[in-house]
Design a protein around this ligand. Sequence first.
Ligand code: AMP
Length: 410
Amino acid sequence: MAAAKLQVPRGTFDVLPPDGERRRALDAAAAEILGRAGYAAVETPVFEDTALFARGVGESTDIVQKEMFTFEDKGGRSLTLRPEATAGVCRAYVEHGMHKLAQPVKLWCSGPFFRHEAPQAGRYRQFAQIDAEALGSDDPALDAELILLLAELLEGHGVAARLRLSSLGDAETRRGYGDELRAFLREQESRLSVEVRGRLEQNPLRAFDSDHPGTRAVMAGAPRLIDRLEPEDAAHFADVRALLDEAGCEYEVDSGLVRGLDYYTRTVFEFESPALGAQSGVGGGGRYDGLVETLGGPPTPGVGWAAGVERILLAGGATAAGAAPSLAYVAVAKPERARQAFAIARTLRRAGVRTELEQAGRSMKGQMKHADRLGADWVVIVGDELELKDMAGGDQRVVGERDLVEAVSR
Ligand code: AMP
């Protein structure tokens, strides 16, 4: 009986060349841009106690209610593959007493995240995010800085994204507004979608997310949270906006912007790319001044964002790769010279030369064809003599082993 064909699990994918390089280049760009602004690289585990996300992300969110990959370990503990980064970073901040360091503490990370969603273009069950967080200060300059850093990262990757911005105020304002919105929606309940009606009690704000025509018509006349901000929160938002304006960053204030996580306070934002279709969010985030305390830490303001690696690369299309450094191909003219060829390739590589070596038993003719296919600039032919062929000019000459590195570095 033939073995069953093995495939990647639903909603996951293999990263194949040349995407692997593109993903690494994006990570390197993030390290560069964030590093320059004082964000230090961290890593947290890919799985955490389920309670961290239930408490941190919020019981009423889609993520916690429907999308977590939760399992029991052999000790009967409930663990969950991380669906987002902020909760884990905040847990680490508390666990390692980072509130005792000079504030703000600026951190960034990247890696895989997991959500049990219905897969479609740009939406996967395992995806990669780049994530940046600034903890320990409520300075609006941090909100603006983080938004501008994400804009820079997106721009550098050819992503033309629209920025939506809003403020949710503090938890109390949001609660009061939630009651007001709930009452408003109840009066027009018959026009709302079944889903929105089902959510009315727990999270009426989600009605802003709905595509349902009746719900959308109702929402156009709904009271706006942005008009209910306390003076302090309104002033904070005005400061964030002024900094973005001065930096020449375009945005649209959209009071219907609802993020799928419960912990946000004050600033929220999202970058959207029209190139992406239905899953248009490339990156977003906001301020979460109550989260660290919810997780058992001291009251600590924080702000951050997460951006999707796959969506940045999809929306950015093929960015022009920098010219590759020149390539040497070490050809084996006689089988008994294979060891010498191996040593020469190693020497060249250690001297910083990009080098390929014949490793498939090709004929000399086959090797030259292969070198050409690889785009080699030089072929080092290892026979009784050592010869160097310049692939561009066609020139071929005998060369001493000691002169080789210099010859191919030109
Ligand atoms: P969120 O934490 O939901 O705001 O997500 C932040 C970013 O991660 C989004 O803007 C997307 O770019 C990306 N993202 C979220 N969920 C997925 C998914 N299921 N598949 C691919 N990318 C995702």
